[in-house]
Write a protein that binds this ligand. Structure first.
Ligand code: ADP
Ligand code: MG
Length: 312
């Protein structure tokens, strides 16, 4: 308070110093485009492109590094979803969810860029093939993903795109869930969300009822977690990827791997194989996540308890 009083005194005595020049920006979530210096591309998915920038208002190379997500194309349809993605991320605070930092609006434009914390090791999909993760380490990551997901579900959001490519690595002992582009709110009392929009989807991560009826629920996120767990235990090696494994399951090699074929496989109780050296308890957990009846799947709360027991 004394500092403020002194500052006010100085300003009164020196009327040419205006507060806007002496005080830093009051809103730390407003990022100015002119201070963003591009460093490199980080990755891209269907709708977004993520780039590493240094935010350097002092212009002396000391600014912090941030990950900036922008839309790949800006038509009005994706724009609405984009603003929702930003609002959802803004409302989430959890150690296993990527942190929102702010926005950057291009001058005069309505298009907004999302500024997030930068996770130096990229997604699990890039990180895992490079390192030889031991079993306890893999289970620690799986446990952390469950903690982030349980928080998300407690806020009644479903992620709908949980996969290794959307889990980011902060350091060798911390992962965070990212990419809330498909996240939806489930109103109290409702149990699922039915998608209307067409377009390609991460089908090999989808539960049976998502493929058949477009019904997404807390339980369908659990199915996707099972596939993500499978990816972690196979170190995201391409040859063992869900796509490749489901393709191998179709006997007829000429048959195209379509959603119809995938549904047939899943209805015949075919599932991804247990990864090599997968502990029995973990194999059971994974299979429970892929129960055809969504009511039979565990919740993330139950999964957390199971991982705590297994990791003892
Ligand atoms: P999309 O919605 O287009 O799939 P994502 O948010 O999944 O976009 O980001 C695409 C890729 O960019 C990720 O798979 C990851 O490799 C990289 N990425 C995203 N966010 C970050 C971040 N905060 N730090 C480092 N890399 C990131
Ligand atoms: Mg993504």
């Amino acid at each position: 308070l004394t500092v403020l009083r002194e500052l006010t005194d100085i300003i009164i005595k020196n009327p040419d110093i205006s507060p806007s020049e002496t005080l830093p920006d009051s809103d730390p979530s407003v990022f100015h485009k002119r201070y963003l210096k591009k460093m490199r591309d980080l990755g891209e998915g269907h709708f977004g492109k993520v780039t590493l920038y240094q935010y350097d208002p002092a212009n002396d190379g000391t600014g912090e590094r941030v990950a900036v997500k922008a839309l790949k194309q800006e038509n009005s349809q994706v724009l609405e979803g984009w603003m929702k993605e930003i609002d959802i991320l803004k409302s989430l605070y959890h150690s296993n969810i990527v942190k929102y930092k702010g926005c950057c609006t291009e001058l005069g434009g309505q298009v907004v860029q999302l500024i997030m914390e930068y996770l130096p090791l990229g997604s699990l999909k890039e990180y895992l093939p490079k390192c030889n993760l031991g079993r306890p380490h893999s289970l620690m990551f799986a446990h952390q993903i469950c903690q982030g997901m349980e928080y998300l579900h407690s806020k009644r959001y479903i992620h709908r795109d949980l996969a290794a490519r959307n889990v980011l690595v902060e350091n060798e002992s911390l992962v965070k869930i990212g990419d809330f582009g498909l996240t939806k709110y489930i109103p109290e009392g409702d149990i699922y969300y039915r998608v209307r929009e067409e377009g390609d989807s991460p089908v090999f991560w989808y539960a049976l009822e998502c493929l058949k009826e477009n019904k997404f629920s807390f339980a369908s996120d659990v199915w996707s977690f099972g596939v993500t767990l499978y990816e972690i235990l196979t170190c995201c090696v391409h040859r063992q990827s869900p796509q490749e494994k489901f393709r191998e399951m179709t006997q007829d090699t000429r048959e195209q791997m379509t959603v119809v074929v995938l549904i047939k496989l899943l209805e015949k109780q075919h599932r991804l194989p247990a990864p090599k050296n997968c502990p029995h308890e973990v194999k059971i957990l994974m299979e429970q996540c892929w129960a055809a009846d969504s009511a039979q799947r565990p919740s993330f709360k139950t999964l957390i308890e199971k991982f705590e027991a297994i990791r003892q």
